[in-house]
Design a protein around this ligand. Structure first.
Ligand SMILES: [Zn+2]
Length: 192
């Protein structure tokens, strides 16, 4: 199996990962900030995601992954639906051309048109760029891992160095491709 990484979040966050030691008190790590308008509220109100046509037949994998976040093993406020009105979306997903360099996707934290550092400020929306050169070579299982993992970033979870964890930076170290209790607890710590 080719080594692949489920994402460098962005250059800034990669640099931060060297300067800020990862806490191991919990099986999740957060950035210390969040989506400004939250992740929805237990189905009573919701947020929206937008899937660009560049995803083609991969759209369903994102939808399936988001459903695993919404209908989790631990209740969270997460409530999301797809929208075709990009302006109301807080998670936008694209597939972009890239070399086959082991990076399957990148998640950017956005404030208007600006990419911001999630360890310093809240973000209004997240932009997930699937990297075609690497992503297209993955198995179905691995592609689903990429979607679930990047959604975790967009909602506010940072990497963990715990083997097996969905939010491990190296996809080959993840033994699940759907969110587990650790991730739901992380979301509740941010938004509940
Ligand atoms: Zn990642």
């Amino acid at each position: 199996m080719k080594n692949f990484s489920t994402g460098l979040i962005c250059l800034i966050c990669v640099l931060l990962s060297f300067s800020i030691p990862i806490k191991t008190t919990y099986a999740y790590n957060t950035f210390g900030h969040k989506l400004v308008n939250g992740v929805g509220y237990y189905g009573q109100n919701r947020q929206y995601y937008f899937l660009n046509n560049s995803l083609g037949s991969e759209k369903q994998k994102f939808i399936d992954a988001m459903d695993k976040w919404i209908y989790g093993t631990i209740t969270t406020p997460i409530s999301f639906r797809e929208t075709t009105a990009q302006s109301s979306s807080v998670i936008d997903v694209y597939k972009v051309s890239s070399p086959n360099n082991g990076v399957a996707a990148l998640t950017y934290f956005m404030y208007g048109d600006k990419n911001v550092d999630a360890s310093k400020t809240d973000w209004y929306w997240a932009k997930i760029d699937l990297q075609s050169g690497t992503y297209d070579k993955l198995t179905d299982w691995q592609k689903r891992l990429v979607h679930a993992h990047e959604i975790g970033h967009g909602l506010g979870l940072n990497h963990t160095n715990i083997n097996g964890n969905l939010m491990h930076s190296n996809g080959n170290s993840s033994t699940t491709n759907i969110p587990q209790n650790d991730q739901f607890n992380g979301i509740n710590s941010i938004y509940k």
